[in-house]
Design a protein around this ligand. Structure first.
Ligand code: SAM
Length: 263
């Protein structure tokens, strides 16, 4: 499985830290609606830095276990937690566990996968009947209706760039239907969109977008998806504390595997 970020270096650690700062409060708010039991077996796919896994592991006792996984385990292998272990796991491959997890979490991973249904099926097979699945995935639509034309243009360019790399920036809205298609019961599906400005200190949303643009901008300009003038203008917007921009919407879809699932 090819993932668009090939370097798991210190810059990527900073970008994942900013992403976790942006999404953790919302993720924990949704997770709080599930009555996580201390003896649960839980799984996270594509955990990045593992902040969500650590939050869940803090709620477990010795009889429970948090399995924190990623394609690349460099960052999560640094975690030391009595109820958490790490493993390399590619969700596009046949599952190595069968119906043993009470809860599985996927956050901003699904969007990078070419075959969403097959990946969701792989995950569903690992969750026990009655167990929960939580997907938090982005949907680009708020950026398209932003009042700053260049912010729209940059995301239109990234959308085009992503299409050739199997990255779907409209994943968030599709997850509930995909989970229903494979026989899961969707409990709730809701989104959160952050507004952010160019204030430089402690602004995790700005950091996520700035660092993501740093990765894709050379390609966008080289491939002709965005003009050089637009690329300069967008960076100046991101440095302007008086400008407020719309981020993606992150849709959280919470589903449950039925007790009798014929899938
Ligand atoms: C944008 S990061 C999100 C990290 C973390 N879930 C978060 O929200 O903070 C995407 C993560 O998905 C992982 N990933 C990409 N493709 C994957 C796959 N096929 N199976 C498992 N993990 C994958 C990457 O290694 C990366 O850590």
């Amino acid at each position: 499985m090819r993932y668009v970020i090939e370097n798991y270096d210190e810059t990527e650690r900073l970008r994942l830290t900013a992403l976790a700062d942006l999404l953790d409060p919302y993720t924990f708010y949704i997770l709080e609606q599930i009555d996580i039991q201390p003896d649960w077996k839980c799984l996270e796919i594509g955990a990045g830095l593992g902040t969500v896994s650590c939050w869940i592991a803090d709620r477990l006792k010795a009889t429970g276990n948090m399995l924190c996984t990623d394609l690349q385990t460099k960052f999560i292998d640094e975690i030391e937690h009595p109820h958490l272990r790490t493993e390399k796991l590619d969700i596009t491959l046949s599952p190595t566990y069968s119906e043993c997890f009470d809860l599985a979490v996927v956050r901003t991973v699904h969007q990078h996968l070419a075959d969403h249904h097959s990946a969701a099926r792989n995950l569903s097979k690992m969750v026990r009947p009655g167990g929960y699945l939580l997907y938090i995935e982005p949907d680009i639509h708020p950026a398209f209706s932003d009042e700053h034309p260049v912010w729209k243009r940059v995301w239109q360019a990234i959308f085009q760039w992503g299409e050739s790399r199997d990255i779907d920036y409209f994943t968030g809205r599709k997850v509930p239907g995909q989970l229903s298609d494979i026989g899961l019961d969707v409990i709730s599906a809701r989104g959160e969109t952050a507004l952010f400005n160019g204030a430089k200190d402690g602004n995790s949303v700005r950091t996520v977008y700035r660092m993501t643009l740093d990765i894709v901008m050379p390609d966008l300009v080289r491939l002709g998806y965005l003009s050089k003038a637009d690329s300069e203008e967008v960076y100046s917007l991101l440095d302007n504390p008086d400008v407020w921009l719309m981020s993606f919407c992150f849709f959280a879809t919470l589903a449950r595997k039925p007790i009798c699932n014929d899938d």
